[in-house]
Design a protein around this ligand. Structure first.
Ligand SMILES: [Fe+2]
Length: 424
Protein backbone atom coordinates (compact mmCIF):
# COMPACT_ATOMS: atom_id res chain seq x y z
CA UNK A 1 0.00 0.00 0.00
CA UNK A 2 0.92 3.66 -0.10
CA UNK A 3 3.47 3.33 2.69
CA UNK A 4 6.46 3.45 0.31
CA UNK A 5 5.61 6.97 -0.81
CA UNK A 6 5.00 8.28 2.68
CA UNK A 7 6.75 11.56 3.27
CA UNK A 8 6.39 14.39 5.81
CA UNK A 9 3.29 16.46 5.19
CA UNK A 10 5.16 19.50 4.04
CA UNK A 11 7.08 17.68 1.31
CA UNK A 12 5.84 16.66 -2.07
CA UNK A 13 5.44 12.96 -2.72
CA UNK A 14 5.23 10.79 -5.77
CA UNK A 15 1.48 10.60 -6.58
CA UNK A 16 2.07 8.09 -9.37
CA UNK A 17 3.95 5.76 -7.05
CA UNK A 18 1.12 5.91 -4.48
CA UNK A 19 -1.48 5.13 -7.14
CA UNK A 20 0.59 2.24 -8.44
CA UNK A 21 0.72 0.89 -4.86
CA UNK A 22 -3.05 1.22 -4.56
CA UNK A 23 -3.55 -0.58 -7.87
CA UNK A 24 -1.27 -3.41 -6.74
CA UNK A 25 -3.18 -3.68 -3.45
CA UNK A 26 -6.49 -3.85 -5.30
CA UNK A 27 -5.28 -6.91 -7.19
CA UNK A 28 -4.03 -8.57 -4.00
CA UNK A 29 -6.94 -7.83 -1.70
CA UNK A 30 -10.06 -9.88 -2.17
CA UNK A 31 -12.01 -7.85 0.38
CA UNK A 32 -12.03 -4.09 -0.28
CA UNK A 33 -12.54 -3.15 3.34
CA UNK A 34 -8.83 -3.26 4.15
CA UNK A 35 -7.90 -1.23 1.09
CA UNK A 36 -10.52 1.43 1.87
CA UNK A 37 -9.25 1.63 5.43
CA UNK A 38 -5.64 2.02 4.25
CA UNK A 39 -6.55 4.72 1.76
CA UNK A 40 -8.51 6.68 4.37
CA UNK A 41 -5.67 6.45 6.87
CA UNK A 42 -3.10 7.35 4.22
CA UNK A 43 -4.96 10.51 3.19
CA UNK A 44 -5.40 11.56 6.79
CA UNK A 45 -1.71 11.06 7.59
CA UNK A 46 -0.25 12.49 4.38
CA UNK A 47 -2.37 15.60 4.17
CA UNK A 48 -2.73 16.37 7.88
CA UNK A 49 -6.53 16.64 7.86
CA UNK A 50 -9.02 17.05 10.69
CA UNK A 51 -10.52 13.90 9.26
CA UNK A 52 -10.67 11.79 6.13
CA UNK A 53 -13.89 9.81 5.79
CA UNK A 54 -15.40 7.46 3.30
CA UNK A 55 -19.11 7.09 2.59
CA UNK A 56 -20.11 4.03 0.55
CA UNK A 57 -23.43 2.80 -0.81
CA UNK A 58 -24.62 -0.37 0.91
CA UNK A 59 -26.84 -2.22 -1.62
CA UNK A 60 -28.33 -4.48 1.06
CA UNK A 61 -29.42 -1.55 3.25
CA UNK A 62 -30.23 0.71 0.31
CA UNK A 63 -28.43 3.81 1.62
CA UNK A 64 -24.97 5.36 1.96
CA UNK A 65 -23.06 4.77 5.19
CA UNK A 66 -19.66 5.70 6.58
CA UNK A 67 -17.27 2.78 6.29
CA UNK A 68 -14.15 4.56 7.57
CA UNK A 69 -13.13 7.80 9.20
CA UNK A 70 -9.66 8.75 10.34
CA UNK A 71 -8.15 11.87 11.96
CA UNK A 72 -8.40 13.85 15.15
CA UNK A 73 -11.98 14.90 14.31
CA UNK A 74 -13.06 11.58 12.88
CA UNK A 75 -16.77 11.06 12.25
CA UNK A 76 -18.81 8.60 14.31
CA UNK A 77 -19.39 5.34 12.41
CA UNK A 78 -22.87 3.91 12.02
CA UNK A 79 -24.77 7.03 13.14
CA UNK A 80 -24.94 8.83 9.82
CA UNK A 81 -26.67 7.44 6.76
CA UNK A 82 -27.76 9.11 3.56
CA UNK A 83 -30.71 7.95 1.51
CA UNK A 84 -30.83 8.40 -2.23
CA UNK A 85 -32.92 11.57 -1.87
CA UNK A 86 -30.34 13.30 0.36
CA UNK A 87 -29.18 16.59 -1.24
CA UNK A 88 -25.55 15.38 -1.28
CA UNK A 89 -26.41 12.14 -3.03
CA UNK A 90 -28.78 13.96 -5.39
CA UNK A 91 -26.11 16.48 -6.30
CA UNK A 92 -23.61 13.87 -7.38
CA UNK A 93 -26.11 11.38 -8.75
CA UNK A 94 -28.14 13.61 -11.01
CA UNK A 95 -27.30 14.26 -14.63
CA UNK A 96 -24.79 16.98 -15.45
CA UNK A 97 -26.47 20.32 -15.21
CA UNK A 98 -25.39 23.75 -16.23
CA UNK A 99 -23.78 24.74 -12.98
CA UNK A 100 -20.82 26.98 -12.48
CA UNK A 101 -18.90 24.16 -10.79
CA UNK A 102 -18.14 20.73 -12.10
CA UNK A 103 -19.64 17.71 -10.36
CA UNK A 104 -16.42 15.76 -9.98
CA UNK A 105 -15.71 17.39 -6.62
CA UNK A 106 -17.21 20.07 -4.40
CA UNK A 107 -15.58 22.51 -1.95
CA UNK A 108 -17.58 23.95 0.90
CA UNK A 109 -16.31 27.37 -0.18
CA UNK A 110 -17.84 26.80 -3.65
CA UNK A 111 -21.20 25.88 -2.11
CA UNK A 112 -21.12 29.10 -0.14
CA UNK A 113 -20.22 31.07 -3.26
CA UNK A 114 -23.11 29.55 -5.19
CA UNK A 115 -25.57 30.23 -2.42
CA UNK A 116 -24.51 33.90 -2.37
CA UNK A 117 -25.71 34.20 -5.96
CA UNK A 118 -29.17 35.68 -6.40
CA UNK A 119 -30.44 32.83 -8.58
CA UNK A 120 -29.96 30.35 -5.72
CA UNK A 121 -31.22 32.62 -2.96
CA UNK A 122 -34.80 32.63 -4.25
CA UNK A 123 -37.12 30.80 -1.89
CA UNK A 124 -38.74 28.68 -4.62
CA UNK A 125 -35.43 27.61 -6.10
CA UNK A 126 -35.02 23.84 -5.64
CA UNK A 127 -31.35 24.01 -6.57
CA UNK A 128 -30.91 26.58 -3.84
CA UNK A 129 -32.62 24.24 -1.35
CA UNK A 130 -30.34 21.44 -2.45
CA UNK A 131 -27.24 23.61 -2.01
CA UNK A 132 -28.47 24.76 1.39
CA UNK A 133 -28.88 21.14 2.43
CA UNK A 134 -25.38 20.32 1.20
CA UNK A 135 -23.91 23.28 3.04
CA UNK A 136 -25.63 22.30 6.24
CA UNK A 137 -24.42 18.71 5.99
CA UNK A 138 -20.84 19.72 5.17
CA UNK A 139 -20.74 22.16 8.04
CA UNK A 140 -22.22 19.65 10.48
CA UNK A 141 -19.72 16.99 9.44
CA UNK A 142 -16.89 19.55 9.17
CA UNK A 143 -16.22 18.62 5.55
CA UNK A 144 -14.18 20.97 3.33
CA UNK A 145 -14.03 18.88 0.19
CA UNK A 146 -16.27 16.19 -1.31
CA UNK A 147 -14.92 13.84 -3.98
CA UNK A 148 -17.35 11.31 -5.52
CA UNK A 149 -16.43 7.84 -6.80
CA UNK A 150 -18.42 6.33 -9.65
CA UNK A 151 -18.82 3.00 -11.34
CA UNK A 152 -20.56 3.06 -14.71
CA UNK A 153 -22.08 6.49 -13.91
CA UNK A 154 -23.55 5.21 -10.62
CA UNK A 155 -22.41 6.95 -7.43
CA UNK A 156 -20.61 4.31 -5.36
CA UNK A 157 -19.34 6.54 -2.58
CA UNK A 158 -17.99 9.87 -1.42
CA UNK A 159 -14.61 10.82 -0.06
CA UNK A 160 -15.25 13.46 2.62
CA UNK A 161 -12.24 15.45 3.65
CA UNK A 162 -12.01 17.79 6.62
CA UNK A 163 -9.95 20.98 6.70
CA UNK A 164 -6.18 20.89 6.74
CA UNK A 165 -4.77 21.29 10.21
CA UNK A 166 -2.09 23.72 8.89
CA UNK A 167 -4.76 25.81 7.14
CA UNK A 168 -3.37 25.29 3.62
CA UNK A 169 -5.75 24.86 0.69
CA UNK A 170 -5.83 21.77 -1.49
CA UNK A 171 -3.98 22.12 -4.78
CA UNK A 172 -5.42 21.06 -8.15
CA UNK A 173 -2.92 18.21 -8.28
CA UNK A 174 -4.08 17.00 -4.86
CA UNK A 175 -7.75 17.13 -5.87
CA UNK A 176 -6.94 15.13 -9.01
CA UNK A 177 -5.12 12.64 -6.81
CA UNK A 178 -8.18 12.33 -4.53
CA UNK A 179 -10.39 11.80 -7.56
CA UNK A 180 -8.20 8.93 -8.72
CA UNK A 181 -8.26 7.37 -5.25
CA UNK A 182 -12.05 7.77 -5.09
CA UNK A 183 -12.28 6.06 -8.45
CA UNK A 184 -10.01 3.23 -7.25
CA UNK A 185 -12.10 2.81 -4.11
CA UNK A 186 -15.25 2.54 -6.24
CA UNK A 187 -13.61 -0.08 -8.43
CA UNK A 188 -12.52 -2.07 -5.38
CA UNK A 189 -16.01 -1.89 -3.85
CA UNK A 190 -17.70 -2.94 -7.08
CA UNK A 191 -15.20 -5.75 -7.76
CA UNK A 192 -15.75 -7.11 -4.26
CA UNK A 193 -19.53 -6.83 -4.68
CA UNK A 194 -19.27 -8.68 -7.98
CA UNK A 195 -17.12 -11.40 -6.41
CA UNK A 196 -19.47 -11.69 -3.45
CA UNK A 197 -22.49 -11.96 -5.76
CA UNK A 198 -20.66 -14.62 -7.73
CA UNK A 199 -19.90 -16.57 -4.55
CA UNK A 200 -23.53 -16.25 -3.39
CA UNK A 201 -24.85 -17.27 -6.81
CA UNK A 202 -22.53 -20.29 -6.85
CA UNK A 203 -23.64 -21.26 -3.35
CA UNK A 204 -27.28 -20.89 -4.39
CA UNK A 205 -26.65 -22.95 -7.52
CA UNK A 206 -24.86 -25.67 -5.54
CA UNK A 207 -27.76 -25.73 -3.08
CA UNK A 208 -30.30 -26.09 -5.89
CA UNK A 209 -28.28 -28.82 -7.59
CA UNK A 210 -28.07 -30.65 -4.29
CA UNK A 211 -31.82 -30.36 -3.85
CA UNK A 212 -32.46 -31.58 -7.41
CA UNK A 213 -30.10 -34.51 -6.84
CA UNK A 214 -31.79 -35.29 -3.52
CA UNK A 215 -35.23 -35.22 -5.14
CA UNK A 216 -34.01 -37.29 -8.07
CA UNK A 217 -32.52 -39.88 -5.72
CA UNK A 218 -35.74 -39.95 -3.73
CA UNK A 219 -37.76 -40.38 -6.92
CA UNK A 220 -35.45 -43.13 -8.16
CA UNK A 221 -35.59 -44.82 -4.78
CA UNK A 222 -39.39 -44.71 -4.73
CA UNK A 223 -39.55 -46.10 -8.24
CA UNK A 224 -37.08 -48.81 -7.31
CA UNK A 225 -39.23 -49.77 -4.30
CA UNK A 226 -42.29 -49.97 -6.54
CA UNK A 227 -40.34 -52.17 -8.96
CA UNK A 228 -39.26 -54.40 -6.12
CA UNK A 229 -42.84 -54.78 -4.96
CA UNK A 230 -43.85 -55.61 -8.52
CA UNK A 231 -41.10 -58.20 -8.77
CA UNK A 232 -42.34 -59.81 -5.56
CA UNK A 233 -45.91 -59.57 -6.83
CA UNK A 234 -44.98 -61.66 -9.86
CA UNK A 235 -43.95 -64.55 -7.67
CA UNK A 236 -46.63 -63.92 -5.07
CA UNK A 237 -49.07 -65.27 -7.65
CA UNK A 238 -47.41 -68.58 -6.94
CA UNK A 239 -47.43 -68.74 -3.13
CA UNK A 240 -45.07 -71.71 -3.00
CA UNK A 241 -42.21 -69.63 -4.34
CA UNK A 242 -42.96 -66.41 -2.50
CA UNK A 243 -39.36 -66.18 -1.32
CA UNK A 244 -37.94 -66.65 -4.83
CA UNK A 245 -36.84 -63.01 -5.27
CA UNK A 246 -34.91 -62.76 -2.02
CA UNK A 247 -33.41 -66.25 -2.44
CA UNK A 248 -32.21 -65.53 -5.98
CA UNK A 249 -30.66 -62.32 -4.68
CA UNK A 250 -28.91 -64.13 -1.84
CA UNK A 251 -27.56 -66.94 -4.05
CA UNK A 252 -26.45 -64.48 -6.74
CA UNK A 253 -24.53 -62.30 -4.29
CA UNK A 254 -22.98 -65.39 -2.76
CA UNK A 255 -21.78 -66.55 -6.20
CA UNK A 256 -20.42 -63.12 -7.15
CA UNK A 257 -18.50 -62.99 -3.88
CA UNK A 258 -17.07 -66.44 -4.55
CA UNK A 259 -15.94 -65.23 -7.99
CA UNK A 260 -14.05 -62.37 -6.35
CA UNK A 261 -16.21 -59.65 -7.91
CA UNK A 262 -15.95 -56.15 -6.48
CA UNK A 263 -19.06 -55.84 -4.37
CA UNK A 264 -18.58 -52.37 -2.97
CA UNK A 265 -20.97 -49.45 -3.36
CA UNK A 266 -22.70 -49.08 -6.70
CA UNK A 267 -21.54 -52.43 -8.17
CA UNK A 268 -23.26 -54.24 -5.32
CA UNK A 269 -26.43 -52.15 -5.72
CA UNK A 270 -26.56 -52.88 -9.46
CA UNK A 271 -26.13 -56.63 -9.06
CA UNK A 272 -28.61 -56.72 -6.21
CA UNK A 273 -31.21 -54.74 -8.23
CA UNK A 274 -30.69 -56.96 -11.28
CA UNK A 275 -31.09 -60.12 -9.19
CA UNK A 276 -34.30 -58.79 -7.64
CA UNK A 277 -35.83 -57.22 -10.73
CA UNK A 278 -34.80 -59.64 -13.48
CA UNK A 279 -38.34 -61.07 -13.89
CA UNK A 280 -40.27 -57.85 -13.18
CA UNK A 281 -41.51 -57.94 -16.80
CA UNK A 282 -43.63 -60.98 -15.93
CA UNK A 283 -46.09 -58.55 -14.37
CA UNK A 284 -47.17 -57.94 -17.98
CA UNK A 285 -47.71 -61.62 -18.74
CA UNK A 286 -51.32 -62.87 -18.41
CA UNK A 287 -51.91 -65.13 -15.39
CA UNK A 288 -53.28 -67.95 -17.56
CA UNK A 289 -49.83 -68.19 -19.18
CA UNK A 290 -47.71 -67.29 -16.15
CA UNK A 291 -49.40 -69.81 -13.86
CA UNK A 292 -50.31 -72.45 -16.43
CA UNK A 293 -49.72 -75.87 -14.86
CA UNK A 294 -49.06 -77.71 -18.09
CA UNK A 295 -46.75 -77.11 -21.03
CA UNK A 296 -47.05 -73.77 -22.80
CA UNK A 297 -48.16 -73.70 -26.42
CA UNK A 298 -45.84 -72.18 -28.98
CA UNK A 299 -47.84 -68.91 -28.92
CA UNK A 300 -47.94 -68.87 -25.11
CA UNK A 301 -44.22 -69.44 -25.02
CA UNK A 302 -43.68 -66.54 -27.41
CA UNK A 303 -45.71 -64.31 -25.08
CA UNK A 304 -43.82 -65.58 -22.03
CA UNK A 305 -40.48 -64.71 -23.61
CA UNK A 306 -41.54 -61.05 -23.97
CA UNK A 307 -41.15 -60.58 -20.20
CA UNK A 308 -37.48 -59.78 -20.89
CA UNK A 309 -38.22 -56.72 -23.05
CA UNK A 310 -41.18 -55.77 -20.84
CA UNK A 311 -38.89 -55.75 -17.78
CA UNK A 312 -36.33 -53.56 -19.54
CA UNK A 313 -39.08 -51.14 -20.58
CA UNK A 314 -40.49 -50.92 -17.06
CA UNK A 315 -37.05 -49.89 -15.80
CA UNK A 316 -36.56 -47.13 -18.37
CA UNK A 317 -37.39 -44.28 -15.92
CA UNK A 318 -34.66 -45.54 -13.57
CA UNK A 319 -31.85 -43.69 -15.31
CA UNK A 320 -29.34 -44.84 -12.70
CA UNK A 321 -30.17 -48.44 -13.60
CA UNK A 322 -29.20 -48.40 -17.26
CA UNK A 323 -26.88 -51.33 -16.69
CA UNK A 324 -29.58 -53.22 -14.80
CA UNK A 325 -31.79 -52.97 -17.89
CA UNK A 326 -29.04 -54.49 -20.00
CA UNK A 327 -28.61 -57.33 -17.49
CA UNK A 328 -32.36 -57.97 -17.46
CA UNK A 329 -32.37 -58.05 -21.26
CA UNK A 330 -29.71 -60.79 -21.16
CA UNK A 331 -30.79 -63.05 -18.31
CA UNK A 332 -32.29 -65.65 -20.70
CA UNK A 333 -29.35 -65.67 -23.07
CA UNK A 334 -27.44 -68.96 -23.05
CA UNK A 335 -23.70 -69.37 -22.88
CA UNK A 336 -23.67 -71.28 -26.22
CA UNK A 337 -25.69 -68.57 -28.01
CA UNK A 338 -28.99 -70.47 -28.20
CA UNK A 339 -30.88 -68.22 -25.76
CA UNK A 340 -33.20 -65.24 -26.29
CA UNK A 341 -33.91 -62.48 -27.18
CA UNK A 342 -30.67 -61.69 -29.04
CA UNK A 343 -28.78 -64.96 -29.16
CA UNK A 344 -25.73 -63.55 -27.38
CA UNK A 345 -23.00 -66.00 -26.37
CA UNK A 346 -20.05 -66.28 -23.95
CA UNK A 347 -18.60 -62.95 -22.87
CA UNK A 348 -21.17 -61.08 -24.94
CA UNK A 349 -23.52 -61.79 -22.05
CA UNK A 350 -22.73 -59.64 -19.00
CA UNK A 351 -21.31 -61.55 -16.04
CA UNK A 352 -24.25 -60.43 -13.89
CA UNK A 353 -26.72 -61.93 -16.38
CA UNK A 354 -24.71 -65.19 -16.45
CA UNK A 355 -24.92 -65.35 -12.65
CA UNK A 356 -28.68 -64.69 -12.65
CA UNK A 357 -29.15 -67.41 -15.25
CA UNK A 358 -27.53 -70.03 -12.97
CA UNK A 359 -29.05 -69.07 -9.60
CA UNK A 360 -32.52 -68.37 -11.01
CA UNK A 361 -32.63 -71.79 -12.72
CA UNK A 362 -31.28 -73.55 -9.64
CA UNK A 363 -33.83 -72.00 -7.33
CA UNK A 364 -36.68 -72.62 -9.78
CA UNK A 365 -35.77 -76.34 -9.86
CA UNK A 366 -35.76 -76.77 -6.09
CA UNK A 367 -38.94 -74.69 -5.55
CA UNK A 368 -42.38 -76.24 -5.43
CA UNK A 369 -45.01 -74.84 -7.77
CA UNK A 370 -48.75 -75.17 -7.56
CA UNK A 371 -48.56 -77.80 -10.27
CA UNK A 372 -45.42 -79.69 -9.21
CA UNK A 373 -43.19 -80.43 -6.23
CA UNK A 374 -39.73 -78.94 -6.07
CA UNK A 375 -36.89 -81.28 -6.92
CA UNK A 376 -34.06 -82.19 -4.56
CA UNK A 377 -30.90 -80.10 -4.22
CA UNK A 378 -28.90 -83.05 -5.58
CA UNK A 379 -31.06 -83.16 -8.67
CA UNK A 380 -30.78 -79.40 -9.19
CA UNK A 381 -26.99 -79.52 -8.78
CA UNK A 382 -26.76 -82.29 -11.39
CA UNK A 383 -28.88 -80.31 -13.83
CA UNK A 384 -26.94 -77.08 -13.37
CA UNK A 385 -23.68 -78.94 -13.74
CA UNK A 386 -24.89 -80.76 -16.85
CA UNK A 387 -25.81 -77.46 -18.48
CA UNK A 388 -22.39 -75.84 -17.77
CA UNK A 389 -20.89 -74.84 -21.14
CA UNK A 390 -24.24 -74.93 -22.95
CA UNK A 391 -26.87 -72.98 -21.02
CA UNK A 392 -24.53 -71.71 -18.29
CA UNK A 393 -21.06 -70.24 -18.01
CA UNK A 394 -18.94 -73.09 -16.49
CA UNK A 395 -16.93 -70.60 -14.43
CA UNK A 396 -20.11 -69.25 -12.84
CA UNK A 397 -21.46 -72.77 -12.25
CA UNK A 398 -18.21 -73.73 -10.57
CA UNK A 399 -18.23 -70.66 -8.30
CA UNK A 400 -21.91 -71.17 -7.45
CA UNK A 401 -21.39 -74.79 -6.46
CA UNK A 402 -18.32 -73.92 -4.38
CA UNK A 403 -20.25 -71.23 -2.54
CA UNK A 404 -23.23 -73.54 -2.07
CA UNK A 405 -21.01 -76.24 -0.69
CA UNK A 406 -19.45 -73.85 1.84
CA UNK A 407 -22.90 -72.71 2.92
CA UNK A 408 -24.34 -76.19 3.30
CA UNK A 409 -21.17 -77.43 4.99
CA UNK A 410 -21.74 -74.91 7.78
CA UNK A 411 -25.15 -76.49 8.31
CA UNK A 412 -23.64 -80.00 8.07
CA UNK A 413 -25.86 -80.76 5.07
CA UNK A 414 -23.52 -81.48 2.18
CA UNK A 415 -25.52 -83.22 -0.55
CA UNK A 416 -23.83 -86.12 -2.33
CA UNK A 417 -23.67 -84.16 -5.57
CA UNK A 418 -21.51 -81.56 -3.87
CA UNK A 419 -19.29 -84.09 -2.16
CA UNK A 420 -18.64 -85.26 -5.70
CA UNK A 421 -18.01 -81.69 -6.76
CA UNK A 422 -15.44 -81.24 -4.02
CA UNK A 423 -13.66 -84.37 -5.14
CA UNK A 424 -13.42 -82.92 -8.70
FE1 LIG B 1 -36.84 -64.55 -16.60
Amino acid sequence: MPTKAKLPNTQKFDYQEVLRDVARSMVRLKRPDRLLKLITRFIDQQFGLAHASLLVFDPKKGHYVFVHSKGTKRLPMGLVKFDSDHPLVQWFSGSKKKLPFQKDFLFLSDVKKMLSRAEFRMASNSKGDQLAGIQKTMQNLKVELLVPGYFKDALVGLLMLGRRVNGRCFTTQEVTFFQTLAHDCSMAVKTAEYNQNLVEQNQELAKRLEEIERMRNKEQRTYYEIMRSLAEEVHAKEPYIFSHVSEVERLGMMTAREMGMDLSGKTKDLLSAALILHDVGKIGIPDNILCKPGQLTQEEWRVMKTHVEKGARILEPLTDFKKVREIIMSHHERFDGSGYPRGLKGDEISIEARIISVVDSFHAIVSSRCYREGRSIDSAIHEVRNCAGTQFDPVVVDAFLRALRTELQKKGEIPSALAEHAAD
